[in-house]
Design a protein around this ligand. Structure first.
Ligand code: SF4
Length: 421
């Protein structure tokens, strides 16, 4: 669409190939005209999910045991309960063991199905509805915006805090899809935003041509204040073959032509999820000098064990040049409350892992609440039931860095919910 070259002075100059530079109109109008056209012409296309599995009956036919009660329950309730995994991830699961940690990630419990039927529980634990400023665009912390580029994943995590997107009920509103003109205008108008996180769904469910178009739109000079672009993905686990060399090259070109920092935030929860194909996926990005960082959700019965987390953080991530950046406390999302650990238990598990990790690879243990992202810091030195939480990023910026003393005997020991104006 346009070329970015360096002028004699070293300043970047933009050449829009489809625009006559001698037209008597202002540069900014030309930019917007070109950008609007690019947005109008943007057609999101998804990669194919390889051998998708959308029914528990299919897993049963593949030899998975322990599914009969769930299948009967779904039939009895006469519902289409959204389930999705695929051949690659299913190959990692233990067919014989219903308590297999990886099975719990993609196979629901009876409780989740019943809560879905009764419409019980929370589907927006982070306040995303109120943070949405334009279709598909959220702005919670001043420097960072979040763009939802699709509603698709290659498997569904039962604890997903955006499960409203795939649960297919109008009640679980949709926030629209980025990019669109309104969202781009918002970004142009908010010069304080220096970081854009592209997520969904999964950012890399978009095919390579779409990622190329998207990066083209984000290369517009009117968005130069966005210095860092992060892509959020779990494809490295669910369909690692999708992360190919061409994708790495597209991201590298985006970085090289715009000077933006381009990062990929992966989501890996268990060492068994890191297969040879996953390592190849990391390498396709690292070969193109794309920085990797990882987020892990602390999940009861899945990875709430210091030995498991250490193996993941140290051997599977850090030693493959993927920085284990955040350990997230699990949110109380409808139907997955049983996956939460107590805050004090979580802190104990985290501390055991952290003391074995070297500085740059030591993750932060955080929780993302409606009021902001809070670091789960320490137990009070003299009050055994009081945990200290600190605002890492706050919606109300004046709270950033402030500590909260939270008494676990008098409050919900699994989650802290700040009062938000
Ligand atoms: S991959 Fe991410 S967005 Fe998709 S279901 Fe899992 S947690 Fe949710």
């Amino acid at each position: 669409m346009y070329l970015r070259i360096l002028g004699k002075s070293g300043h970047k100059i933009y050449m829009f190939t489809q625009i006559n530079f001698f037209e008597k109109c202002s540069f900014s109008k030309m930019v917007n005209k070109s950008l609007d056209t690019a947005i109008e012409e943007y057609v999101p296309r998804s990669v194919r999910i390889q051998e998708p599995i959308r029914k528990l009956e299919t897993l049963r036919e593949m030899g998975f045991r322990g599914l009969d009660d769930l299948i009967d329950l779904i039939a009895k309730e006469h519902i289409q309960f959204p389930i999705l995994t695929n051949a690659h991830y299913a190959s990692l699961l233990d067919k014989d063991d219903p308590e297999d940690p990886l099975r719990k990630i993609v196979i629901p419990t009876e409780e989740e199905i019943l809560r879905y039927v009764r419409r019980q529980g929370q589907f927006d634990t982070s306040g995303e509805r109120t943070n949405t400023q334009a279709p598909g665009l959220q702005h919670k912390y001043a420097p960072t915006a979040i763009a939802l580029v699709n509603a698709l994943c290659a498997s569904y995590c039962r604890f997903c805090f955006r499960k409203r997107i795939f649960m297919g009920d109008e009640e679980f509103y949709s926030t629209g899809r980025f990019p669109n003109k309104e969202a781009i205008r918002y970004l142009q108008d908010h010069r304080e935003i220096n970081t854009l996180l592209l997520t969904g769904g999964d950012a890399f469910m978009l095919d390579n041509d779409t990622v190329r178009s998207l990066t083209g739109i984000l290369s517009d000079p009117s968005l130069d204040h966005i210095r860092t672009v992060r892509f959020g993905t779990r494809m490295v686990v669910y369909q690692p073959q999708r992360i190919d060399d061409e994708l790495g090259q597209i991201l590298q070109d985006f970085r090289d032509t715009t000077g933006k920092r381009v990062m990929v935030g992966t989501h890996v929860n268990h060492p068994r999820e890191v297969t040879p194909e996953t390592k190849d996926a990391f390498e396709h990005l690292l070969d193109h000098k794309i920085a990797l960082y990882n987020q892990t959700v602390l999940l009861k019965g899945i990875n709430d064990d210091p030995a498991v987390l250490y193996e993941l953080f140290d051997k599977k991530l850090a030693f493959n040049d993927n920085r284990p950046y955040y350990l997230f406390h699990d949110r109380p999302v409808s139907g997955s409350e049983h996956m939460q650990v107590r805050l004090d238990d979580g802190l104990h598990i985290y501390s055991e892992v952290a003391k074995r990790m070297t500085g740059p690879h030591k993750p932060r243990y955080v929780m993302s609440t409606k009021g902001g992202k809070m670091e789960i810091d320490s137990m009070h030195p003299t009050k055994p039931n009081v945990i200290i939480l600190k605002y890492h990023s706050a919606k109300d910026m004046s709270l950033t860095g402030k500590a909260v003393f939270y008494d676990l005997r008098e409050n919900n020991p699994f989650w802290y919910e700040p009062t938000v104006a």
